[in-house]
Design a protein around this ligand. Structure first.
Ligand SMILES: Cc1cc2nc3c(=O)[nH]c(=O)nc-3n(C[C@H](O)[C@H](O)[C@H](O)COP(=O)(O)OP(=O)(O)OC[C@H]3O[C@@H](n4cnc5c(N)ncnc54)[C@H](O)[C@@H]3O)c2cc1C
Length: 439
């Protein structure tokens, strides 16, 4: 690695935190906002998009609501992600209708579209300044076979919505992306982008304005339920609550073993480059469109909202904690796509833990009286807020078009002997890498 690989002010923290710092340690102690003698209506564990959207609904319904996060609110994936927004459902109608009855298959697809619509509507209604844009997403085919597979997926019958996707040939590709490394691709014009840190900050402000108390640096370490009341033990003291919502996604731990047995924590890694000049940016990324590719171990990337940097992410490692090491792997692929960036340095490198599931679907609902939404499989910027909202409405007893919750009706699967430590991951990643090379 050359000495000039990293900028002098290189940071191993999220680029978005420079623009929107996380809340400080001293912001709001639990004792100042919750009286230990009272029973609050709702306690939410986790202050990412899921937890905050749930809290917005319960607080707006007049329920006293407390949200606790082990770290700063937003410390999890919600301020670390790439800011790409899609319908989040990984299957098409055909695959879903082979697994579920026709109505459920359609409802799941409709949930995906509703989540995409909802985030735009929420940001507009709440007037959140977070660079939200319906900029579309170009999905590059990594091989000629992948191009044909993409075409089949695009042409497949979808009885629920028309995502207006279209194929882009190899000849036309440079109108979308300045590389010849793909074999053409597909454009999804309805997909969107956001500055995830600002969006999270906006959600936090809306939740607080609605009356929710959001307490950072307050890990929940235990809870018990007796006579319909949860006694929740945190490091800052006890909170008693009538309803409990778990919104911990990839950070789900031993506190909730039932959920932990159902999510597979996987690291997702991302870098930001140093500033590059306008002309070069225009050459490699002529529009603000989001970018991904067809590999199973997908790369996702984009221009920063000010179009000065490239943000480039992927699943390059299983458990690398040295951000400089993961940066080398990401930059290698970045330069393969855009050789013009071979002298561009890396200014930020960071990662977060996403939650995969055994059926590649997100899940929500209730288990043993505990409500939850999680398992976004790396695609939760739109979906986490939407399912958080649905769970919040359901807890508040509010009825709306969103409370149908088809995902709550399907089984949240686990595997025998799986307790939350994904011992099989190394082999799966190896197989995916091989598959990506061969297909
Ligand atoms: C690098 C990266 C890139 C990504 N890019 C995209 C993208 O471009 N598009 C997309 O759609 N998705 C993307 N994702 C995924 C997306 O960010 C997540 O799906 C989404 O943010 C999940 O939100 P959440 O609120 O459910 O969880 P999180 O935001 O992870 O919040 C969970 C919170 O729970 C807290 N917690 C855990 N245990 C406890 C406890 N015991 N007590 C108190 N608090 C607790 C944690 O501290 C954490 O803050 C990306 C993720 C990463 C890491």
């Amino acid at each position: 690695m050359s000495a000039s690989f990293f900028t002098d002010d290189f940071k191993n923290t999220s680029y978005w935190w420079d623009r929107t710092p996380l809340v400080a340690k001293s912001s709001l102690p639990l004792a100042d906002s919750v009286n230990s003698d009272t029973v609050v209506d709702v306690l939410v564990i986790g202050a990412g998009y899921t937890g905050l959207h749930a809290a917005i609904q319960t607080a707006r319904a007049g329920m006293s609501t407390v949200v606790l996060d082990a770290e700063a609110a937003g410390y999890g994936c919600s301020t670390r992600n790439g800011g790409q927004i899609s319908t989040s459902i990984k299957y098409g109608y055909k695959a879903l209708s082979q697994k579920f009855d026709d109505a459920t298959a359609k409802d799941i697809l409709a949930t995906g579209q509703a989540s995409l619509d909802y985030i735009g509507e929420f940001i507009r209604t709440e007037n959140i300044d977070c660079h939200y844009q319906t900029c579309g997403r170009f999905h590059g085919a990594h091989s000629a076979n992948a191009f044909q597979t993409l075409r089949k997926e695009i042409d497949a019958y979808n009885p629920v919505f028309d995502n207006q996707a279209y194929m882009v040939s190899e000849q036309d590709q440079r109108n979308y992306l300045g590389t010849d490394a793909y074999f053409g691709g597909a454009m999804f014009p309805t997909f969107a982008s956001v500055d995830p840190g600002r969006y999270h900050q906006g959600c936090l402000a809306v939740a607080q304005k609605a009356g929710a108390k959001v307490i950072s640096y307050c890990p929940v370490i235990d809870y018990k339920r007796r006579n319909g009341v949860f006694t929740v033990q945190s490091t800052q003291g006890v909170v008693r609550a009538k309803q409990l919502i778990v919104a911990t996604n990839g950070y789900t731990g031993s506190l909730t073993p039932w959920h932990r047995r159902r999510v597979i924590p996987i690291g997702s890694y991302i870098i930001a480059t140093d500033e590059i000049d306008d002309q070069l940016m225009h050459k490699i990324m002529p529009s603000d469109s989001m970018l991904t590719d067809s590999r199973k171990l997908v790369y996702y990337y984009r221009p920063s909202p000010d179009r000065k940097r490239v943000l480039f992410g992927g699943r390059v490692s299983l458990n690398e904690t040295n951000a400089k090491k993961s940066a080398v792997l990401l930059r290698e692929e970045l330069v393969r796509l855009f050789p013009e960036l071979s002298n561009t340095r890396v200014s930020h490198s960071w990662s977060g833990t996403v939650a995969y599931t055994f059926d590649s679907l997100m899940h929500c609902g209730e288990n043993s009286g505990v409500h939850f939404a999680m398992g976004y499989c790396g695609s939760g910027v739109g979906m986490a807020g939407y399912l958080g909202r649905c769970i919040g409405e359901s807890v508040a007893g509010v009825s709306s078009e969103h409370t149908k919750l088809p995902l709550a009706k399907i089984n949240f699967p686990t595997k025998p002997f799986y307790t939350g430590v994904p011992w099989f991951l190394a082999a799966s990643v190896w197989l995916y890498r091989l598959r990506d090379k061969l297909t």
